[in-house]
Design a protein around this ligand. Structure first.
Ligand SMILES: [Zn+2]
Length: 425
């Protein structure tokens, strides 16, 4: 029998619990903490407060959740002010229908639209709106704006396939967006993560269980005495090289009689939680780190807690952060760099993708996704450039793809033979 941490009842088995919630791409799980009912209730009451808080980071870098997708998020291009939206798969598109009106010499107008290819209906509506505002000017040159709207809308429907071929060529340089990091909901969710993590890895350590569970159950204002955040650097992803990670670091201090947790989500927001104000026990430290780019666990180093004295005053943490917004500026090429670190295959050429698919057909996914085979596929593009196999063509004929796939398979077989021969001698 196992005891549920939250309701205290005994159960045959406990449910799967994301210690760092799924909505913020947590990977660390436990089967020792909660019954199914409490898991559901807490997910709904506490974890959900984090849903949406980090959607910008999740979508921009295409970081996967175990289940469900995060909603599209809007970002603004710094120079032009154009609004784009990032989707869950890491792609971005124009968020709005953008219309520029140019006056012509004959009194007429040229309307230029920029929008994403799914926006046909919105463009048609926008034409209606724009021409309605110009109706007097159009009347002066003998154009009935209502008839003109109809005409243009029909033309858009008839010619849509050609229209969407006109790719908008301006490339955004720098995006800016705001993150809302504060609020009591977030503080409760962070406290829950730290508390559950310690209960999972060091259940024998004495902490203020009753008080913390009570705060989580009643969502009491006492959470402000337990959880702190401090302001974050708004160009953080420029400073932290090639790493977006979750990490938790918990220390017990014999001398100061405290158990303190330090946690960062997405390498972005540092929070501190007090888990015990009257700790009686030896010094200890436990930690967890997961790099979401390399998808590898690591052991974090935490200098923040090294010089612990009187945390709240020493580090100047903000206690109340009800309205805590942070504006982040990030270079589009930096987003792309980090994105490719998570999704190396996104850099492959069309030829490489075709060969990859062919190899999956022949060898199956498990073998094709082995580092050895992937490294050969990585080389295809370089080889392709050197011998110029139809490098200008967007699609490749079956023969080219088969040749390359067979080449990789032959190479693997000869490597295997070599290995067998070596083992025999
Ligand atoms: Zn329970």
């Amino acid at each position: 029998m196992k005891k549920c941490l939250f309701c205290g009842n005994d159960f045959e088995t406990l449910s799967e619990e994301h210690i760092i919630p799924n909505c913020v791409c947590g990977r660390i799980k436990s089967y020792n903490l909660l019954c199914e009912t409490c898991n559901k209730t807490l997910g709904h009451d506490i974890d959900n407060a984090l849903d949406g808080v980090y959607s910008h980071i999740i979508n921009m870098f295409g970081i996967k959740r175990d289940r469900g997708e995060s909603r599209p998020v809007k970002v603004k291009e710094v120079k032009t002010g154009t609004i784009y939206q990032y989707l869950y798969d890491g792609s971005y598109e124009l968020a709005n229908v953008n219309c520029d009106i140019e006056k012509m010499d004959n009194g007429g107008f040229t309307l230029k639209f920029r929008a994403n290819p799914n926006d046909r209906e919105r463009i048609k509506n926008e034409i209606g709106k724009q021409l309605a505002t110009l109706k007097n000017e159009l009347k002066n040159i003998g154009i009935d704006y209502k008839k003109e709207i109809k005409k243009l809308q029909i033309k858009i429907d008839q010619d849509w396939n050609n229209i969407v071929k006109n790719k908008y060529s301006d490339q955004p340089g720098m995006f800016t967006f705001r993150l809302q990091l504060g609020g009591k909901g977030v503080a409760l969710a962070i406290l829950k993560i730290c508390y559950f993590f310690l209960k999972e890895v060091k259940p024998q350590i004495m902490i203020d269980d009753e008080e913390i569970i009570n705060i989580l159950k009643t969502k009491s204002d006492d959470v402000w005495n337990r959880c702190y955040v401090y302001s974050l650097d708004n160009n953080l992803f420029d400073i932290v090289p090639d790493e977006i990670s979750h990490f938790i670091y918990i220390k017990g201090y014999e001398k100061d009689k405290k158990v303190i947790a330090y946690i960062q989500l997405f390498s972005l927001t540092p929070y501190i939680c007090t888990l015990n104000n009257n700790y009686i026990g030896k010094d200890f430290a436990v930690s967890y780190g997961y790099n979401l780019l390399s998808q590898m666990p690591f052991i974090p180093v935490c200098n923040e807690l090294e010089s612990f004295n009187n945390l709240e005053e020493d580090i100047g943490y903000k206690k109340h952060y009800e309205e805590y917004w942070s504006r982040i500026k990030i270079n589009v090429s930096r987003i792309r760099d980090l994105y490719h670190k998570i999704h190396p295959k996104s850099l492959w050429s069309k030829l490489q993708i075709s060969v990859y698919r062919k190899l999956i057909e022949i060898l199956g996914e498990r073998i094709t996704n082995s580092p050895r085979v992937l490294s050969y596929i990585d080389l295809i593009e370089t080889a392709n450039q050197q011998c110029e196999i139809k490098s200008s063509s967007a699609t490749y004929d079956d023969e080219t793809i088969n040749d390359l796939a067979n080449g990789i398979i032959s190479f693997l077989i000869s490597e295997l033979n070599k290995k067998f021969n070596q083992e025999e001698h």
